[in-house]
Design a protein around this ligand. Structure first.
Ligand code: ZN
Ligand code: FE
Length: 241
């Protein structure tokens, strides 16, 4: 059966993803920056969280780890390259490792750039991607510890995934990203159309994610950058936008 993927808003603009496999009864959570809303949602559904999957060490992604471990007995899977910054980790993973939820298998992709050891989780059979703070709807993460070359490589890997792949972004940054995208590619009609749709959704207080790889290929100026230099230029422009 298909995975149940539940979006939990946290802080001002984070999304935490609670993922349940009805066949096995297993539940995991991606990047729980805050424990309380996650535990409340899992308890309401009668789900026990057996695993926490972290993409990177930032506190808005790992802050709830220990409380969820204590409450549900979850074990924490985290990027090996950031082990020192994620003391609650139980299993460290790197490029090509596989992580399972019941019979559903995700591959670990090393996608450094936002942080030095950032990873993404790709369920290829399920066409689901959890890119942490690497890929956002119409945007990409800031380059805090890595560089444009790494981000470009990550964008190319994501772009090569099937277009129907659902992308479960970790933040609601779409409106700001869409406004910048319009400036970056003023001739792109798909961007103009999506900006209007995003404005309407946000005005109604609705979420704009998940997105899909196909939509990003058409409207994400970072995934669409033709070179490392163009991505770098666009990232710098967005930082100052
Ligand atoms: Zn981050
Ligand atoms: Fe974040």
């Amino acid at each position: 059966m298909a995975l149940d993927i539940v979006r939990i808003p946290a802080f001002s603009d984070n999304y935490i993803w609670l993922v349940h496999d009805a066949d096995s009864g297993e539940t995991m959570v991606v990047d729980p920056g805050d424990a309380a809303p996650v535990i409340a949602e899992a308890d309401r559904r009668g789900w026990t969280i057996s695993a926490i999957w972290n993409t990177h060490w930032h506190p808005d992604h790992i802050g709830g780890n220990q409380a969820i471990k204590d409450a549900h007995g979850a074990s924490v899977i985290a990027p090996a390259a950031e082990a020192a910054k994620i003391p609650s980790a139980d299993r460290l993973v790197a490029e090509g490792d596989t992580v399972k939820l019941g019979a559903h298998v995700a591959t670990v992709l090393e996608t450094p750039a936002h942080t030095g050891g950032h990873i993404s989780y790709h369920f290829d059979q399920d066409a689901a991607l959890f890119p942490g703070d690497t890929l956002f709807a119409m945007g990409c993460g800031r380059l805090f510890e890595g560089n444009a070359e790494q981000m470009y490589a990550a964008m190319q890997r994501f772009a090569a995934m099937p277009p129907e792949t659902q992308v479960y972004c970790a933040h609601e940054y779409t409106l700001s990203n869409a406004r910048y995208a319009r400036v970056a590619e003023p001739e792109n009609a798909a961007i103009a159309k999506r900006l209007a749709a995003v404005e309407a959704l946000r005005a109604a207080g609705e979420a704009t994610v998940p997105t899909s790889i196909g939509e990003e290929r058409a409207t994400n100026p970072f995934m669409r950058a033709a070179s490392v230099a163009e991505l770098a230029e666009r990232r710098a422009a967005k930082d100052a936008f």
